[in-house]
Design a binder for this molecule. Structure first.
Ligand code: T46
Length: 132
């Protein structure tokens, strides 16, 4: 499946850690950054695929599960460390759930927001994926 867990280098000091994301970490030009927060317990996000957009997800705080599906295979990845991110390439269905209290999901995206880039219907996604 066209996903990858990438370790983000950590500069550790007694006063705390710092991790930096530049274009050597994400393999595309960064066009947009957004974050999910104040997610109520039991809530789900995602539930769609993107035709072109690639994204890199990081649990800046807390943890959550990302369920990815390329139409052939399904995987669940738990993100729970701020120095690891999940790269999701285009054409992959994703669902996010199991958010811990106070968790923050940072998303670093390859495209600006375009609603037409979304496939929000799973049956439509399966047909799309079968033609790829
Ligand atoms: C993804 C997961 C991890 C905007 O107007 N601009 C934006 O840049 C975004 C991201 C959203 N919106 C609007 C569109 C919807 O009316 O905010 C509403 C919720 O957006 P969405 O359904 O995309 O939210 P999530 O949390 O289900 O998905 C988002 C990302 O869009 C998506 O790419 O993979 O976070």
């Amino acid at each position: 499946m066209n996903i990858q867990i990438i370790e983000i280098p950590k500069i550790e000091e007694p006063r705390g850690n710092i991790s930096v994301i530049e274009n050597d970490i994400v393999p595309y030009e960064i066009k947009r950054v957004y974050y999910l927060y104040d997610v109520p317990s039991g809530s789900e996000r995602g539930g769609h695929a993107h035709k072109n957009l690639k994204q890199f997800l990081i649990a800046l705080s807390g943890s959550f599960d990302v369920i990815v599906n390329d139409g052939k295979e399904k995987k669940t990845i738990c993100l729970n460390k701020p120095n690891y991110g999940l790269l999701i390439n285009s054409g992959i269905w994703r669902e996010l759930n199991n958010f811990s209290s106070g968790s923050v999901c940072l998303v670093i995206a390859s495209e600006v927001y375009i609603e037409e880039d979304y496939i929000r219907d799973f049956e439509e996604f399966k047909i799309y994926a079968s033609h790829k």
